[in-house]
Write a new protein. Sequence first.
Length: 193
Amino acid sequence: MSLDWRPPTLETERLILRPVTEDDATGVFLYASNPNLTRFTLFETHQTIEESFWFVKTYAHSRYASNEPDPLGIVIKSDPVGLIVGALGAHWVSQPNGTMEMGYSIGEPFWGRGYIPEAARALIDYLFANYAVERLQARVFVGNDSSDRVLKKLGFTKEGVLRSVVFRRGAWLDLSMWSLLRFEWQLRATSTV
Ligand SMILES: CC(C)(COP(=O)(O)OP(=O)(O)OC[C@H]1O[C@@H](n2cnc3c(N)ncnc32)[C@H](O)[C@@H]1OP(=O)(O)O)[C@@H](O)C(=O)NCCC(=O)NCCS
């Protein structure tokens, strides 16, 4: 852990991706309290603003203290209020083995506008430029077709399905495992120039 390290602020054409603060609890609660959004997330629907505070304070601080860019709040540049409307990030699964895992969510009113692929491209560029990461993985509940589409657009490969790996809401659920390797991202970068 480095005392100098600060989570990055990244900019894309339409978005700012920035570290969260306690002031972002309201923005998080607005999207994370929606059960349509949490239908396929690994986190549960936020029932109270305290759960959103825990995310922007306790969870975020512990990740930032380990130099992990997770979460970065998503702000839409054209929004005059500047509330975060979603978040994405990546953290180490195994640092010795160069494996990080990426996660993302954006509020329901913003689905289908390509915001998460746009944000993820900036995050992935940042990760491969700044970390000794070889493999970036993502786990997606089977049935979350929108998230599958995002990962396909980003060039991830679906490796297979982890069967009955999560017990949630009274059922054993399957997760798809996806990955993107450093050389694959570099090839994509050079092939689109
Ligand atoms: C999954 C999610 C991250 C996708 O982000 P996004 O910014 O909407 O991504 P895109 O705009 O590229 O849309 C992805 C796909 O969603 C589907 N989609 C588009 N509009 C939609 C809508 N209004 N409602 C539901 N799905 C929609 C389409 O299949 C689209 O693929 P296409 O572009 O090939 O048509 C977002 O829907 C979300 O936050 N969902 C809830 C949280 C979640 O499931 N997180 C991922 C956990 S692994």
